[in-house]
Design a protein around this ligand. Structure first.
Ligand SMILES: Nc1ncnc2c1ncn2[C@@H]1O[C@H](COP(=O)(O)OP(=O)(O)O)[C@@H](O)[C@H]1O
Ligand SMILES: N[C@@H](CCOP(=O)(O)O)C(=O)O
Length: 310
């Protein structure tokens, strides 16, 4: 879902007065995405992306902008925030917190399976991103950890059938015994799905949408990526893709001995996280001009397969 707030020409012109970006030529709503209102902004200085933050409070947003500023200066292709003349990267538009970021080149592979070259590039990039974030000075616990899952599951109960509620309760009970905080970790992207990675000639030209990023086990992030890039339509893993991803990742960030034993637990919690997120989006829809909800059933299938170790 992606355009909740419409911006008038006058509001935009006034907003841009605080930047050195010249005058607006056009503003085009982007229909992909879920959380925020996103626009391609063309000015006489080039193309940028304008985001109006719909859920995050202004106090929470600087972390994400500072993180992408940091990662982009540490070799990770991600949207560098554009600072206004007063030095701030976060400002206000239509009464919402708003930011302008660099528009990255390339296209996502959405709608088709990745090639071996692409999946290896992704594994390597994810390892590099984890290492690049190691010295990032700000701490921010993953906002979608177990407490978020427990809370989301609780308010979904009246909307789901008993079988689904039972699966969710079983998974939450299982995960409450897994100590992922003991695994090596640091900054994770936490949503590096195919629609958040841009490729140009099979190499990664951009990673976007860091608004779920936070501190958590790196292995959990690899599990999020594995589920979202390597699942077949029936939810089972495509082993040639998942193996290539794993090998490229561990060649960049070698795993500690205790990590491999928690691999299936991480795949399960990563599947549960996105099943809950999508159920929440479907059952608690927000009004908006362009509406797009992702299918919860896809993650239901993925979770059922991971519960069987597939
Ligand atoms: N910096 C960027 N460069 C190029 N395209 C971008 C950029 N940021 C967002 N987009 C485009 O906007 C779409 C939605 O962005 P996303 O961050 O996923 O939205 P949301 O935060 O609402 O989930 C992306 O799929 C991509 O096509
Ligand atoms: N990637 C998640 C939902 C988050 O949406 P995004 O557009 O902000 O990446 C999913 O597929 O459920």
């Amino acid at each position: 879902m992606s355009v909740y707030t419409n911006v008038s020409d006058q509001e935009l012109a006034q907003f841009l007065e605080d930047y050195d970006l010249g005058k607006a030529i056009s503003l085009t709503g982007i229909s992909a995405g879920v959380e925020n209102s996103n626009y391609f902004l063309d000015t006489d200085q080039g193309r940028f992306v304008l985001t109006l933050f719909e859920r995050l409070s202004a106090a929470k947003i600087p972390y994400f902008l500072d993180l992408t500023d940091w990662l982009s200066t540490h070799g990770i292709p991600c949207p560098r925030p554009i600072h206004a003349r007063n030095g701030k990267s976060l400002n206000s538009l239509c009464g919402k917190p708003a930011a302008i970021v660099q528009c990255l080149q390339g296209r996502s592979i959405e709608g088709r399976a990745p090639t071996q070259t692409e999946i290896r590039a992704l594994g390597q990039l994810l390892g590099q991103m984890h290492l690049a974030g190691e010295d990032f000075p700000q701490r921010h616990p993953n906002p979608a950890g177990l407490p978020w899952m427990q809370e989301t599951a609780r308010h979904l109960v009246p909307h789901l059938d008993p079988a689904d509620n039972q699966i969710i309760a079983d998974e939450l009970a299982y995960q409450s015994h897994i100590q992922r905080e003991k695994l090596p970790g640091g900054v994770i992207h936490a949503d590096l799905f195919p629609d958040n990675v841009l490729f140009a000639e099979q190499q990664i030209s951009g990673t976007i949408d860091f608004y779920y990023a936070g501190d958590d086990a790196w292995l959990y992030d690899l599990a999020v990526v594995t589920n979202s890039w390597c699942a077949r339509p029936d939810g089972q893993l495509d082993s040639s893709l998942s193996t290539a991803l794993w090998e490229a990742y561990v060649a960049t960030r070698p795993l500690r001995d205790d990590e491999a034993s928690l691999w299936f637990a991480m795949l399960r919690i990563a599947a549960l996280r996105f099943w809950l997120l999508r159920l929440d989006a479907v059952h608690f829809r927000r009004p908006g001009a362009i509406t797009f909800c992702k299918d919860p059933e896809e993650y239901h299938r993925i979770l059922l397969q991971r519960r069987h170790g597939l």
